[in-house]
Design a protein around this ligand. Structure first.
Ligand SMILES: [Zn+2]
Ligand SMILES: [Zn+2]
Length: 163
């Protein structure tokens, strides 16, 4: 979704509000996938005489793998972000927003950047996830019941074989 920020700053008096469906192109997210569709809300309003305030909010549900046991993990994140800018900023190199030369703001790209900043790349199914069983390779929380031998036990078996 493109928003003409230049025109808004120079001409519009009333706040603007948009809702759009996020377009997720290839190559943005590799550590998780995003459940679609994502509805993004976006508002712009004048703040004082020379500044504008942008606000964006949406919920995003991610499907990832636990970093320890590889079980699927689904999380929902509430993305809430505000930005301030001005005509001077827009026309200089100081603007951090994804704005083209003519003052067109790429709100879709802004939302994608915010997801990549706010969603952690590493997730666990639970804080105390025990990972995988070293004997059978299944997640320990499933209770496979394998008996793990400690290093001492293995050594004592070794000793018995030698004797
Ligand atoms: Zn886990
Ligand atoms: Zn096991």
């Amino acid at each position: 979704m493109q928003f003409d920020l230049f025109q808004f700053i120079t001409r519009a008096a009333q706040p603007a509000e948009r809702t759009f469906t996020l377009e997720i192109g290839e190559g943005w997210f590799s550590d998780y996938s995003i459940a679609e569709p994502v509805q993004v809300h976006f508002t712009v309003q004048h703040e004082g005489t020379s500044r504008v305030k942008l606000a964006m909010w949406f919920d995003v549900q991610t499907n990832a793998e636990c970093a320890r046991c590889l079980e699927p993990v689904t999380n929902t994140y509430q993305i809430r972000q505000e930005y301030m800018t001005s005509l001077e900023e827009l026309q200089s190199d100081l603007c951090d927003l994804p704005v083209s030369g003519r003052g067109m703001l790429d709100v879709n790209q802004l939302a994608l950047s915010e997801i990549s900043l706010q969603v952690p790349q590493v997730v666990l199914c639970s804080e105390d996830c025990q990972g995988l069983c070293p004997v059978c390779g299944s997640p320990r929380k499933l209770g496979c019941g394998c008996v793990e031998q400690s290093a001492d036990e293995r050594l004592s078996i070794f000793d018995q074989l030698l004797s």
